[in-house]
Ligand binder design. Structure first.
Ligand code: BTN
Length: 256
């Protein structure tokens, strides 16, 4: 166990830094499967991922050495499987809190858990939960934040970084320390059962909430207004007087 100076109780206290790995989520999953137990809050940080993974089987590309790519181990055994979206919400608000401290209130959470600045993606989250019975056994929380990268592949649209916003380099370990602190605060709030305020704060930081926007549904563009999230984490959109509910694979945002 490598101790560090993060001012947290457990998140990031065991920090393992790797130069190069396929994916920090994969690495952490393999470590958890080994016989030596890892402490809750363990963070695997990589300078470079050569097969970084995003949501819905997408890849996550990140210029080596420039950004934060890390995975965090949590044991949310208090959370029933049907409430697992609350963990996504708590983590998203935590990242939003930390980044809003640096770049202000234009940071938003794009459902389900992308981190946006104005209309550009600044980071993403890939949470992989393992269940025991009806509850969560452990969660691998993978987080990628674009920090000091300025040029992105032309195939990646609507993307930004802290450096692009601030016009200066940002110290990656300082940012990791702030993220660990805010994740711990929100996770403890979740563990205390304060679900209502987590849901309310997620909603109040939601990208395009109550705004008219175009979505792609079954290959067709449709206009609607995001009005909320249901108890399973599905997106509720008001479309022509009707409230419709979508899961992650059923709806895409059409970017302006
Ligand atoms: C997304 O927006 O699609 C989620 C991106 C998650 C990327 C992070 S980087 C660290 C961790 N390891 C991975 O392979 N993916 C996550």
């Amino acid at each position: 166990m490598q101790n560090n100076t993060f001012s947290t109780l457990f998140v990031g206290q065991n920090l393992v830094t790797l130069n190069r790995v396929d994916s920090t989520n994969n690495f952490l999953k393999q470590e958890v499967a080994k016989s030596t137990p890892l402490p809750e809050g363990t963070v695997i940080l990589a300078e470079e991922q050569f097969a970084g993974r995003g949501q819905v089987n997408n890849t996550w590309t990140s210029e080596p050495g420039k950004n934060l790519t890390f995975s965090l181990l949590l044991f949310p055994s208090f959370l029933p499987a049907q409430k697992q979206f609350l963990l996504n919400q708590a983590i998203s608000i935590a990242i939003n809190d930390a980044l809003a401290n640096i770049i202000g209130p234009q940071v938003k959470i794009k459902w389900p858990n992308d981190i946006y600045f104005k209309d550009d993606k600044l980071g993403g989250v890939l949470i992989e939960n393992v269940l025991r019975g009806n509850n969560l056994k452990y969660a691998i929380v993978g987080i990628g934040i674009n920090v000091n990268q300025l040029t992105f592949p032309s195939t990646i649209k609507n993307v930004t970084s802290l450096k692009e916003i601030l016009h200066r380099d940002y110290h990656k370990i300082d940012l990791l320390s702030q993220l660990c602190k805010s994740i711990e605060q929100r996770y403890l709030q979740l563990r205390s059962g304060n679900y209502h305020s987590i849901e309310a704060e997620y909603l109040s930081n939601l990208y395009k909430l109550n705004e008219l926007h175009t979505f792609k549904i079954e290959g067709k563009e449709e206009v609607g207004v995001i009005s909320g999230i249901d108890e399973f984490g599905c997106l509720q959109i008001r479309m022509g007087g009707e409230l419709r509910t979508f899961d992650f694979k059923e709806v895409a945002f059409v970017q302006n």
